[in-house]
Design a protein around this ligand. Structure first.
Ligand code: SF4
Ligand code: SF4
Ligand code: FES
Length: 320
């Protein structure tokens, strides 16, 4: 049989939910072909086997952002994922489907996205152009190089997958989350926008709350790299007139890392930690290190790397 005609019997094990019954798993058997997306499989289950199954999907082409769910534990767009591909990837024709993590369940695979939209609205996700532009008196064109900078971050389809996968969102109520940062940076870096100061106030403190775990980078179905938007937003900190203590600590941390690399070519964690938080700020963690017998690791004195002058040249930008 050619690849095009490939078929497979699969079992979709779906984590269902209703406010009355709570969670339960239900299995559905069906035959899929090479081109069956998960949204198509769900549509067939709903129309041929079980009309009570609830899920969201609209465009079936990775544009509307409504079909985010966990497939074999991976946050994915159901319409952009082929059933056969997942069966092959995991070497099993039994595949689990669950609602996205973090968001409140509504019914089966449908979650409540209100909280996600509130995050997005907090970053004022639209352009605020000059008055003359609004009145139609002048035209303000975007230069190609500016367009290139913004393009990636403008492609967000508000699917929520990155937020569902982000550990910092779960831990820190002050963190806006990856999608809001991608959207926020898209307007922060737009030279036509007029509320840069306000945007910096909204975004900078939050940007320093990301832990750089890269989950958002891994799961985004549009390759938007929200973590890159966060890094770029952090670079605006030096322009901010007012800085929160979180942003100030973030700046100190970056400076401490830079100094450590200049000095030894290595990241000396204990030294970086002390320079960032100071002796008093570090005491609590040192007590923990002491109690857990790990203090000896913190006190390791790193030898500078052999070619330290090369490292310093790179760090000074003189690496031609
Ligand atoms: S890199 Fe930052 S924003 Fe992205 S998932 Fe990790 S903590 Fe969240
Ligand atoms: S950044 Fe990517 S994963 Fe996050 S909401 Fe936008 S499209 Fe979805
Ligand atoms: S159905 Fe629109 S993104 Fe999947």
């Amino acid at each position: 049989m050619s690849l095009q005609n490939e078929e497979m019997d699969v079992v979709l094990k779906i984590k269902r939910y209703s406010p009355e019954k709570g969670y339960w798993w239900q299995e559905y058997k069906l035959k899929v072909d090479r081109f069956t997306q998960f949204t198509e499989a769900l549509r067939r289950i709903k129309s041929e086997q079980d009309p009570t199954l609830a899920y969201r999907a609209s465009c079936h082409m990775a544009v509307c952002g409504s079909c985010g769910m966990k497939i074999n534990g991976e946050p994915r767009l159901a319409c952009k994922t082929l059933v056969i591909d997942m069966a092959k990837k995991y070497g099993s024709n039994v595949i689990t489907i669950e609602p996205m993590d973090y968001f409140k369940p509504v019914k089966d695979l449908i979650v409540d996205l209100d909280e996600f939209y509130q995050r997005m609205y907090k970053v004022k996700p639209r352009l605020y152009p000059h008055k003359e532009v609004l009145e139609g008196n002048v035209e303000q064109r975007l230069k190609p190089e500016d367009q290139r900078e913004l393009w990636k971050f403008a492609q967000c389809i508000w699917c929520g997958l990155c937020v569902s996968a982000c550990p910092s969102v779960k831990m820190d109520p002050e963190f806006l989350g990856p999608a809001a940062h991608a959207k926020g940076y898209r307007f922060l870096a737009d030279p036509r926008d007029t509320i840069t100061e306000e945007r910096m106030k909204i975004l900078i403190d939050s940007a320093w709350r990301c832990t750089y775990c890269y989950m958002c980078y891994n799961v985004c179905p549009r390759d938007i790299e929200p973590v890159t938007a966060i890094k770029k937003t952090r670079a605006y900190t030096r322009l901010a007139k007012e800085k929160t203590s979180v942003a100030q600590t973030g700046e100190k941390h970056i400076e401490a890392i830079f100094n450590s690399l200049v000095e030894s070519g290595k990241l000396e964690e204990a030294k970086v930690y002390l320079s960032t938080y100071g002796l008093l700020g570090s005491i609590k963690d040192f007590i923990y290190l002491f109690q857990s017998g790990k203090v000896k690791y913190a006190l390791v004195k790193e030898k500078p790397v052999e070619n330290i002058s090369e490292v310093r040249k790179i760090l000074s930008g003189d690496n031609k």
